[in-house]
Design a protein around this ligand. Structure first.
Ligand code: ATP
Ligand code: MG
Length: 205
């Protein structure tokens, strides 16, 4: 078998790239529906909330209006919370603020807090001013049955036409997956924490 010369390799590369370019152009032409989307970021790996905040940055870059509602956490301030509080007064930010559920150990208190937080989410989801609404860690409110699933789904479905929604959290259930236009599952390959590495500012929170 003769070995490819450098020129042969270049020709092959050029042909492959040309084919790829044609495929990309075809796909772009086919994707011609302009509509808002629901994005669900789920799975056991790290990267769900931080990806949602990446979309917040994107939206803000285009001068869009953003609301972020966080359904869990609170004790330790996260970098995104500090940044929004100190630098992005235009972003609506609400946090449930009860701490982790295994710390509170009080179901009725958790449920009350979840419902109060949902009210804020429902307000954002009915306000046409918002282009992007992030419902961070919402899935746990559904799996713990702190919120009524049908109400949540109906409210998301009835949102203003141009408004996109990002939902994060493990699980979430079949109905939420069906409703979402884009679903990504972040797979846990390994996490430093499981090797005893402490959660790190700017990386983990
Ligand atoms: P991030 O906010 O970093 O994008 P996440 O939203 O995907 O993470 P959560 O389940 O909300 O994940 O957990 C948030 C915290 O838990 C972060 O500090 C993250 O590093 C850590 N974490 C996420 N996944 C794992 C995992 N598989 N093992 C251990 N710790 C994890
Ligand atoms: Mg998260």
């Amino acid at each position: 078998m003769t070995k490819d010369t450098k020129a042969d390799k270049n020709e092959k590369h050029k042909a492959a790239m040309k084919k790829q370019q044609e495929n990309v152009h075809e796909s772009i032409e086919r994707a011609n529906v302009e509509k808002s989307v629901v994005v669900l970021l789920t799975g056991n790996g790290k990267g769900k909330s931080s990806s949602a905040f990446g979309m917040v940055m994107r939206a803000l870059g285009y001068g869009q209006k953003v609301a972020v509602i966080q359904f869990i956490k609170g004790v330790q301030k996260s970098g995104e919370e500090l940044f929004i509080a100190n630098h992005l007064p235009e972003v609506f930010f609400y946090q449930m603020n009860t701490g982790f559920t295994w710390d509170t150990q009080d179901r009725s208190k958790d449920e009350q807090a979840a419902r109060k937080t949902w009210e804020k989410a429902a307000q954002a989801l009915s306000n046409p001013e918002y282009d992007l609404v992030v419902l961070d860690e919402l899935t746990y409110m559904l799996s713990f049955k702190y919120l009524d699933e049908q109400t949540v789904l109906d409210t998301i479905n009835a949102r203003p036409e141009h408004q996109s929604v990002v939902i994060t959290g493990r699980g979430g259930g079949a109905q939420l997956r069906d409703l979402a236009d884009t679903v990504s599952e972040v797979k846990d390959i390994k996490h430093a924490f499981n090797d005893g590495v402490a959660a790190r500012k700017g990386v983990d929170f």
